[in-house]
Design a protein around this ligand. Structure first.
Ligand SMILES: [Zn+2]
Length: 76
């Protein structure tokens, strides 16, 4: 568990996040201020549905898979 581990924002979920959901509540966030939720594959749909239903969702970005860029054990 390194400090770089990105964990899903869903309540009670401890999975590694694979997606970043960028959203904005126009009543609370003005200008370019955006909030970010992290989601694992399992919760991406749930969280995006929640935000979409309220008209808050702006964008979903993929996150690099955890541990996929460590190059551990790869020869030269
Ligand atoms: Zn999750």
């Amino acid at each position: 568990m390194g400090p770089d581990a990105l964990i899903c924002s869903a309540k009670g979920c401890r999975r590694a996040a694979a997606h970043a959901l960028l959203w904005q509540n126009p009543k609370l966030h003005t200008g370019d201020r955006m909030k970010t939720w992290l989601a694992c594959d399992e919760h991406r749909q749930h969280l995006s549905d929640f935000l979409t239903a309220r008209g808050f969702l702006k964008q979903i970005d993929p996150l690099p898979a955890a541990g996929s860029d460590g190059d551990i054990g790869l020869p030269g």
